[in-house]
Design a protein. Structure first.
Length: 263
């Protein structure tokens, strides 16, 4: 075995995969540039560190269980002129996580609430925060199951340990009393403990209907909104815009004269 082969094998054994990949090319470069020994070593260690950071971010993104990958950079603010780009950019700095503040994204379907929530979640993963995404239904199903096996306290405790918990689509379907109660327990457990990003298509004055009980809805809102940023995303559905660009919306199927009337 040559010196190089043995070094490669040893680096592999130590789990320093990136160093194993780059040490030969970097050595050639170091010879050309007359780099010092410590300069060369520093360079390959830096490569390993970069790869490690990348792996850790990838791992955080995987553990977050985002339903799809969307970034804040790919969000088209021009399409939602009512939304404050400055506010979203400020939230993307993640100061809200340190202050244990919540973000509530409210608006009709298709306006980009989930996209923004995922975008913020990915920023938090990049900043090495622990992030978990749930649909509200999935989360309440899990809590119901935990309660059935008397494991609710531990489950709530575990949920409060994520730096950022994203609860998507709260209020899409009305809830029965036990689920409304579980939701209250979750929000209470996370209150001033960690940050929640919640998306909902229901205005706050409709939450009594969603939770089937004005008192529980009030108690949930009280805790959720105490330290929070409320973002109303209004405007048009992006999905409809996509459809329109592809020329398959209803208007496109109307006869010419009718289209003229509508335009
Ligand atoms: P909501 O959660 O409000 O129902 P989504 O976030 O799921 O809406 O958005 C629906 C689709 O449209 C997604 O693919 C999302 O990435 C895209 N989308 C919505 N708004 C925007 C926007 N302003 N810029 C870019 N993509 C958008
Ligand atoms: Mg959504």
């Amino acid at each position: 075995m040559t010196e190089s082969e043995s070094l490669k094998a040893n680096l592999g054994r130590l789990g320093l995969k990136r160093m194993a990949e780059v040490f030969e090319n970097e050595a050639d470069r170091a010879v050309q540039l007359k780099t010092s020994y410590s300069g060369y070593l520093g360079r390959v260690v830096e490569e390993e560190l970069l790869a490690k950071t990348e792996r850790s971010v990838d791992c955080r993104i995987k553990n977050a269980h985002f339903p799809y990958g969307k970034t804040l950079e790919s969000f088209d603010y021009a399409f939602q002129p009512g939304l404050s780009e400055v506010l979203v950019r400020e939230l993307a700095e993640l100061g809200f996580l340190g202050r244990r503040e919540n973000i509530i994204l409210i608006g009709p379907p298709g306006v980009g609430k989930t996209h923004l929530a995922i975008g913020l979640g990915i920023k938090a993963c990049v900043a090495r925060k622990r992030v978990r995404f749930f649909s509200a239904m999935e989360l309440l199903d899990e809590l119901t199951a935990a309660q059935a096996v008397r494991n609710l306290v531990q489950r709530l405790e575990a949920l409060s340990r994520w730096d950022l918990l994203i609860i998507d689509e709260l209020g899409y379907l009305p809830m029965d009393k036990p689920r409304a109660n579980l939701c209250f327990q979750l929000v209470s457990r996370c209150y001033e403990q960690n940050s929640l990003v919640v998306t909902s298509n229901k205005a706050f004055d409709q939450w009594g209907e969603v939770f089937g009980d004005e008192v529980i809805a009030g108690a949930i809102l009280d805790r959720l909104l105490h330290h929070s940023h409320i973002i109303a995303v209004q405007g048009e559905s992006f999905r409809m815009r996509d459809k329109r660009t592809k020329g398959v919306d209803r208007a496109a199927k109307q006869p010419d004269n009718q289209q003229a009337e509508n335009s």
